[in-house]
Structures are given as structure tokens and as C-alpha cells.
Design a protein around this ligand. Structure first.
Ligand code: NDP
Length: 330
């Protein structure tokens, strides 16, 4: 059983040297447990944030096998809840095989390809839907701004906002990505935060200001977004990827000043908060995918051993759409 452990916690930027591959025996399922074969592992900015300390889940430590969310096949079941061959989602680790208590594993609907259950019908799509619709409450005609716009969550946020009749502006790294966000994802405009002058660029592409900002990145980009918000604007705080892979975090300097003056509302959320509304989110996403209003982009990296490079690359902005690692066949 191949596994990837964190050999040392990073102080600044994450590198391959922080990981080590291990080989062990395939574990056996105990009473009430299932043996799972990993098919797909989600690669998330959150993997890096867990290395900084406890968040909404426990911190990871040196020596731990990297935690992940995974889609797996049940190979052996010692529980009446699940059968051999079932496809499930589970909290897992970077490993070919794991055992889990059956009651902690969720049987998945029969949707193919399975990767869609990791992207648009998985955490990314649900995070985008709940964080936009249930936190920021956009109204048709409003301007919605979203950072990490070519990424997994951001790409769905913009497409959902378009489907709801909003004007949508992205922020992404590099001219090529910004072009892709407009031409392929259908955003109205996209500003390159790696170029100097983001404030001016946003003023130019948001002539009516910004009513909703969906923040995936925090830091300097959030500071600039605050400056272009309209009065009574809403900021949905989804993540702070610019602050995860650094030993020198920088928060916005105009907080709380602009929040007060512009009567803004900033609200953080974790996707699980809205689990009771997941069925509504999935129904809406399915309708928009079927009508072509949402395009699904996935970035699948092959092989368990590629997981560290896949995470390092995600933090460097290599991906377009949901990044995941394929460990085994569907
Ligand atoms: P993405 O697919 O969006 O990939 C991350 C992207 O972030 C990269 O492609 C890169 O694109 C961009 N990025 C990296 N570094 C920086 C930086 N310093 N400044 C600005 N942008 C940067 O990842 P996810 O969709 O998985 O995650 C997006 C956000 O959503 C993360 O903050 C994550 O923590 C959060 N999240 C929150 C959840 C919740 O429940 N609240 C659930 C799931 C995710 P570029 O080339 O444009 O820089």
C-alpha cells in the first residue's frame, strides 16, 4: 500500500522536500469498517492551510499521511451499510488503500464520470453555489467580482452568477488565464492581479462598482476589492489562498475602515454549513450543466506519487478548473 506522508512542515513555500513516499501492507477492515481503494483524491488549497495549524479541522503534523477528500471503491465490507463494489466519498489520506468506519463513508449517486462528483457536483460546485447564493444573495443586474476566477470554485461562482443574470468580472493570474476566463467561461471581463495597477484595472472593467465580491484569496487582492465595492456590498469570504503558502502573511490595511464607511457585510462560510441545502444546489447545478450555462473543467493529474507536485502546482496557479489526482481507474 503506497502512501505519501508529510516529512516536515513547511515554514515558507511548500516543496517536494516536505513529502516522503512510504510503502506498507494493505490494511484489513475491522468490524463495522470498510476497506477502500482510492480512485480520485481532491487537491485543495486547504491541504496547505491545514499545515499552518488547526482550522475547521485538526492541523496536520510532520509524519502524518496527508489528509484528503477522496472518491473510492469499497473492496471489502464488514458492515451491513455498504457492499463490495459500492462507490463512496470519504475523508481519507494520500494512500492507495485505507480502512474507514462504514458510518463515516457516504455512498455516492451513480453519476459518471466520477470526476464530476469531485468538481461541479462535489465540494467545488457546492462551495460556489452556497457561498454565492446563500451568503452573498446576488440580484440580477448586480456586478459580481470573483478572485481565483480560473480555479475550481471561482470558475463555478462566475458561471452561476452569469446564469443568475449578473454582470461578472474575474481576477486571475496572467493574461492567458484572464483570456480563458472571458472567452471560455463567459465572464464579462477579467483583471490580471499579477500586473501592477489592479485597482485601476478593476475601476475600468467595473464602471458601476462591485456589489458582490467572492473572495478566494484574501491579502492584497481583497484590499483592492474593498476599494471598488459599492455601498451595502456583500463580500463572501471563502478562502485566503494568498496567505497559505507564505511565512509573511499580509492582511488588507483598509479594514475595518471601508467596511464601516461603505456599510459592507463580510461573511465567512464553510461549505458544510449549508449541507441541508445541498439538494437544491445540486438540482440547480444539474440544470445549468444540462443547459450549457455551466461548463465543467477538470484538471486531472495521474498517479498517487504526483500528489505533492499537484498541490505545489495548485498553489502556483498551474490549474484551470478542479484539480484532482487519479490514483486508480473508475
Ligand atoms: P483553485 O482551483 O481556485 O486553485 C487555486 C488558485 O488560486 C490557483 O489556480 C491560483 O490561480 C490562485 N492563487 C494562488 N495563489 C494566489 C495568490 N497569492 N493570490 C491570488 N490568487 C492565487 O482552488 P480551489 O477552488 O480548491 O479553492 C479556492 C478557494 O476556495 C481557496 O481559498 C480554498 O481554501 C477555498 N475553499 C473554501 C471552502 C469553504 O468551505 N469555505 C471549500 C473549498 C475551497 P491564479 O493563477 O489566478 O493565481
Amino acid at each position: 500500500n503506497r502512501m505519501i506522508a508529510i516529512s516536515e512542515l513547511p515554514k515558507g513555500e511548500l516543496t517536494q522536500a516536505h513529502f516522503t513516499a512510504l510503502d506498507g501492507d494493505v490494511p484489513a477492515a475491522g468490524d463495522g469498517e470498510v476497506l477502500l481503494r482510492t480512485i480520485l483524491m481532491s487537491i485543495d488549497a486547504a491541504n496547505r492551510s491545514w499545515m499552518q495549524g488547526a482550522t475547521y479541522r485538526d492541523a496536520v503534523k510532520a509524519g502524518d499521511i496527508m489528509p484528503t477528500y477522496a472518491i473510492c471503491e469499497v473492496m471489502e465490507s464488514k458492515s451491513p451499510k455498504l457492499n463490495k463494489g459500492d462507490i463512496v466519498a470519504s475523508e481519507s489520506v494520500w494512500a492507495e488503500y485505507v480502512t474507514r468506519p462504514a458510518h463515516k463513508v457516504q455512498k455516492l449517486p451513480d453519476i459518471r464520470p466520477l470526476s464530476n462528483l469531485m468538481s461541479v457536483y462535489g465540494i467545488a460546485g457546492k462551495t460556489a453555489f452556497h457561498g454565492l447564493v446563500n451568503v452573498a444573495h446576488p440580484i440580477a443586474g448586480e456586478t459580481v467580482l470573483v478572485s481565483a476566477a480560473a480555479g475550481s470554485v471561482g470558475g463555478y461562482v462566475g458561471q452561476i452568477a452569469k446564469a443568475l443574470g449578473c454582470r461578472v468580472v474575474g481576477i486571475a493570474g496572467g493574461a492567458e488565464k484572464c483570456g480563458w476566463v472571458v472567452d471560455t467561461l463567459g465572464f464579462d471581463a477579467c483583471a490580471d492581479y499579477r500586473e501592477p495597477g489592479l485597482f485601476k484595472a478593476l475601476r475600468a472593467v467595473c464602471p458601476d462598482g462591485v456589489d458582490v465580491y467572492f473572495d478566494n484569496v484574501g491579502g492584497a487582492v481583497l484590499e483592492t476589492a474593498l476599494a471598488v465595492m459599492n455601498e451595502r456590498g456583500r463580500i463572501s469570504c471563502c478562502g485566503a489562498i494568498s496567505q497559505y503558502d507564505t511565512d509573511a502573511p499580509t492582511g488588507p490595511r483598509n479594514l475595518p475602515g471601508l467596511v464601516v464607511v461603505k456599510r459592507l457585510r463580510m461573511e465567512g462560510f464553510i461549505v458544510m454549513d449549508f449541507a441541508k441545502q445541498d439538494a437544491t444546489a445540486l438540482r440547480a447545478l444539474q440544470i445549468w450543466v444540462n443547459s450549457g450555462q455551466i461548463k465543467v473543467f477538470e484538471d486531472i493529474v495521474e498517479g498517487l506519487d504526483s500528489a505533492p507536485a499537484a498541490l505545489i502546482g495548485l498553489l502556483a496557479g498551474e490549474n484551470k478548473g478542479k484539480r484532482m489526482v487519479r490514483v486508480g481507474p473508475d
